[in-house]
Design a protein around this ligand. Sequence first.
Ligand code: SAM
Length: 266
Amino acid sequence: MRDGRELLLALTDYRQRFSALAQGYDGSTRRAAELEQLMGEFSAFVTDEHNQGPLTALEREGPAGFADLVADLRTQSARCAAIMEKYRALDLLDGRARSAGYFANVESCIEQEFGAFELTSASKVLLVGSGSFPMTPLYLAERIGAGVVGIDIDVEAVELGRRVVQHLGGGLEQNIRLEHVPVEALPFTGEATHIIFSSTVEAKYDLLDLLHALTRDEVVVAMRFGDRLKSLFNFPMRQVDQRKWRLVDTIRRPEQVFDIALYVKA
Ligand SMILES: C[S@+](CC[C@@H](N)C(=O)[O-])C[C@H]1O[C@@H](n2cnc3c(N)ncnc32)[C@H](O)[C@@H]1O
């Protein structure tokens, strides 16, 4: 097991490597293998409970600059998660990867995502942070037949995402729409039966607050998040305004990089 000092060195090293890879993105897949390797290592790191003790000790001790290091590591790793999807999209579009198999790593999540609030082909799902490789919309459209609108603040992600959906074909494009539009300007927000927030969307709790006035009374929200060790990679769970939203379930997934909190209107 690492001690606090070793953990601090490991976090500093991860931040440096993520930051260099994020800055090095140039629209090509030159550094894709390097990033994939780092992301695999970091995912194992944030799901290894042995690292929790030293992290808690460090948080208690609070060495100079530690809070900034953690916040920056989260920002840089989130940027890299988005870049990973760009690499996947570019690989697929350039014929370097097969489409099958891409659904596999998110299936375990999506199947459990809404707990008792099941999705059907009549569901209308809004995904905030759809990314360049929109795995969640693809899965929901393909397996459940639900209609999905994904939005993203990154215009390149929306464009790549649209090309991926088009490329995969099979009628998926009829059920999936990807937009570079804020939630408050999207008419679909008022129709959605289910909303999913990607875990690496920093503004997700501010947006949830905003969405209360814009959504149907019976809407169910799945908030992907990561606390404790997982908050090195994910934006953590926050208190919500209890006059607006009620936490009805928390789905913990020890082996996966993020967990899911389910909210309904209070
Ligand atoms: C890498 S994940 C995408 C996960 C997704 N591909 C899926 O299918 O589950 C996060 C995405 O959220 C986007 N994002 C971050 N902040 C956002 C915001 N405030 N509104 C919309 N999208 C945001 C990022 O640009 C990034 O593409």
